[in-house]
Design a protein around this ligand. Structure first.
Ligand SMILES: [Zn+2]
Length: 225
């Protein structure tokens, strides 16, 4: 296994690192993105820890490729704000239209170069999905018609078995959200794309643990771990 680091949007003011982790054998391509919203610090930290664990060989893949962009929107993160404009509304709605932000454009180029089968976008949200169907905290979101819906349901079933407090259970949400990375990657590439949302009112360590656990479960589903 090798871990290489590169820079996304390197010629712009939005330059940010990304990592490519390759097993010795060919296999599925899996992409993890975090920090599209700069104030969702639990998901950002989780993605950074995942990279650290690969660097330290505490996580190891024999086959396939994992690409991690731990902190997309550095500018928004420095101010701990969601970001203006909302980066997750700037992705193109089809292969015929252009991204409306240099970071969205750079991420899409990376996606088109590696063509991942799996795409996870890590976020945090307000409220608990278990208590209010309109809330997205503690949910995994898929675009309608996604090929990944079954996997998302299995991942949720698995993690919920480990969460004694029912209020913190995860639920699936099926949403069309034009301009989001999930919609773009689903529509343009046909990838199994997911938005993972922890509830930002929960203890930070717990949120980080949930995020890492969910990424690990998807990596197992993809046959990488
Ligand atoms: Zn978000």
């Amino acid at each position: 296994m090798i871990v290489e680091s590169y820079t996304l949007a390197s010629s712009t003011a939005y330059a940010t690192p990304y990592y490519v982790i390759r097993g010795e054998l060919p296999g599925p391509v899996f992409m993890v993105v975090s920090g599209i919203h700069g104030n969702e610090t639990g998901s950002i930290r989780a993605a950074q820890i995942i990279v650290e664990r690969f660097n330290q060989r505490r996580l190891y893949i024999h086959r396939g490729t994992i690409i991690v962009v731990p902190l997309m929107n550095q500018k928004a993160y420095r101010k701990r704000i969601r970001g203006v404009p909302d980066l997750n509304r700037t992705f193109p709605r089809s292969s015929k239209t252009a991204a409306k932000h240099p970071l969205a454009s750079a991420l899409l180029q990376l996606v088109l170069r590696y063509r991942p089968t799996w795409f996870l976008d890590l976020h945090e949200a307000n409220g608990l999905s278990q208590k209010n169907p309109k809330r997205l905290g503690q949910s995994i979101i898929v675009t309608p018609g996604s090929r990944g819906t079954g996997t998302a349901k299995r991942v949720i079933k698995g993690i919920n078995r480990t969460i004694p407090k029912t209020a913190y259970h995860f639920n699936i949400r099926i949403r069309e959200r034009p301009g989001s990375s999930r919609a773009a990657v689903t529509r343009i590439l046909g990838a199994k794309a997911f938005t993972v949302e922890t509830c930002w009112s929960l203890d930070r360590e717990l949120r980080i643990r949930y995020q890492i656990d969910i990424v690990s479960r998807f990596l197992k589903s993809a046959g990488l771990l």
